[in-house]
Design a protein around this ligand. Structure first.
Ligand SMILES: NC(=O)c1ccc[n+]([C@@H]2O[C@H](COP(=O)([O-])OP(=O)(O)OC[C@H]3O[C@@H](n4cnc5c(N)ncnc54)[C@H](OP(=O)(O)O)[C@@H]3O)[C@@H](O)[C@H]2O)c1
Length: 427
């Protein structure tokens, strides 16, 4: 797919070919006349300001046809040929901040910033919103968004002085807003896994469709050996930090092992978050024997998208050897796979048995368990601490404008991004 240069005056969006999402076009969108004032009640006009690209964006591309991710930000009516074909082309989203350019919704005045799931591009969008169960949050009510999981329709607002402070941080290219874009949703996923899936205080949430069910006994990781695949991923790092530093004495696993690719080993070691860092391509049985893990010990394998089918390989090797074995599937490998091949793989059956976990479902259950207010209050406190402390060794790299976004996407698709880097963009 050809990549085009956007003209300076026109807004531009990233367009992907749904079956070949490693390649992209940055497409200028011609104006259809002067913008109309925002007339609908309870609505906001948004323009993405800060966004991040990580392996997670490629999950949206790979599994987008299954989870409505291509439908969240549809192609605009004014898109030029050949892209005006939503069976072939589509847009994806990224986590970050959007500016409120206009508003008819009282709790989100013009000039506010909204954190959440944003379209990749500088074209504005109008959304209908409502206040919800938590002060400072709004939920999208626009018809075309209602098939999306709730996590994609909830936005956190920064208004007044908070918005001004954030805007200054963005102008200064400070680490804070880059963390918000690159790490925040990964942190929440890890927080949910640690606090609501794996033992105290929660019981394991019901397993996602197609998953092996799990019991509270399986989900208790006290005394377990936890093995993390893609241990240098943002979500993997946050997860290891949660296990190591955010659990009570007596509730921690015996050891946390990072099974890394050769590319990320030294970065993962330098974070100091893992008790041992081993090669993801080595023999799992020999590695665990070498670390002195006894056969009767409990093993919890958490796959955040290890390369070259590391997840199935480790699980198939360890499952027969350890009676107490649990595999959690959280991420998928960065690769370009057609929908037909993906479906054929799924129909052939998921091997090995694993329990899939997604942040949306666990967040919903955590909100029910604790109440939305309390859940988000505690999450915010934990996030503020991480945002202040940072993740050791993680280098956030700012880019500016859609051409830098294009370069970032290419770096991820071609595997050229350094494992220690996180990409944030001001557009
Ligand atoms: N289920 C959920 O609700 C949920 C929520 C959040 C995230 N996730 C998933 O968790 C996974 C990790 O997300 P993330 O944003 O934290 O990822 P990330 O920081 O970009 O890290 C990705 C990791 O994947 C491996 N990798 C494999 N191919 C790569 C490539 N071409 N470029 C870069 N890294 C590659 C690397 O580990 P090695 O070098 O060690 O292989 C790298 O450390 C994604 O699949 C994401 O969708 C799922």
């Amino acid at each position: 797919m050809a990549s085009e240069t956007s003209s300076a005056e026109m807004p531009s969006i990233q367009v992907l070919e749904k079956e070949h999402y490693f390649s992209q076009a940055i497409v200028p969108i011609p104006s259809t006349g002067p913008p109309l004032p925002l007339a609908a009640p309870s609505s906001v006009r948004l323009r993405t300001k800060v966004l991040a690209l990580t392996a997670n964006n490629f999950t949206y591309a790979k599994l987008g046809f299954l989870f409505h991710w291509w439908d969240i930000h549809p192609l605009p009516a004014a898109i030029p040929p050949p892209y005006a074909d939503d069976t072939k082309y589509g847009r994806l989203s990224a986590w970050g901040w959007a500016e409120v350019l206009e508003s008819t919704h009282a709790s989100v005045p013009t000039g506010s910033l909204l954190w959440g799931y944003q379209p990749i591009g500088t074209l504005t969008q109008d959304l209908a919103v409502r206040d919800c169960d938590v002060a400072g949050h709004v939920v999208v009510t626009s018809e075309h968004r209602q098939k999306a999981m709730p996590i994609y329709n909830r936005y956190f607002t920064a208004t007044g002085a908070a918005a001004d402070a954030l805007r200054r941080e963005i102008e200064d290219r400070a680490d804070g807003p880059a963390y918000d874009a690159v790490v925040r949703i990964m942190f929440e996923t890890a927080y949910l896994l640690n606090r609501y899936c794996l033992g105290s205080p929660g019981t394991p949430p019901s397993a996602a469709p197609g998953s092996a069910p799990w019991t509270p006994e399986q989900a208790s990781i006290r005394g377990a050996t936890v093995i993390v695949l893609a241990p240098g991923s943002k979500v993997g790092l946050c997860f290891a930090r949660e296990l190591r530093h955010m659990r009570k004495e007596g509730e921690r696993p015996t050891r946390i092992i990072g099974a890394a690719s050769g590319r990320s080993t030294s970065f993962v070691e330098a974070t100091g978050l893992y008790d041992a860092v081993v090669s993801a391509t080595g023999s799992p049985v020999e590695i665990l024997a070498g670390l002195g893990v006894a056969k009767e010990e409990k093993i919890v394998l958490v796959d955040f998208g290890g390369r070259a089918d590391a997840g199935p390989r480790w699980a198939l090797a360890l499952q027969p050897m350890y009676d107490k074995f649990l595999m959690l599937g959280v991420g998928v490998e960065v690769s370009e796979v057609s929908q037909a091949d993906l479906l054929a793989g799924l129909q052939a059956g998921v091997t090995p048995q694993q329990t899939f976990v997604n942040a949306n479902d666990v967040r919903d259950q955590a909100m029910k368990l604790q109440g939305a207010d309390k859940y988000f209050e505690e999450l915010q406190r934990a996030w503020d601490l991480l945002r202040k402390e940072g993740l050791k060794g993680l280098e956030l790299r700012w880019g500016t404008g859609m051409q830098d976004v294009r370069r970032g996407w290419d770096e991820l698709a071609t595997g050229k991004l350094k494992p220690e880097e996180g990409l944030a963009f001001v557009i």
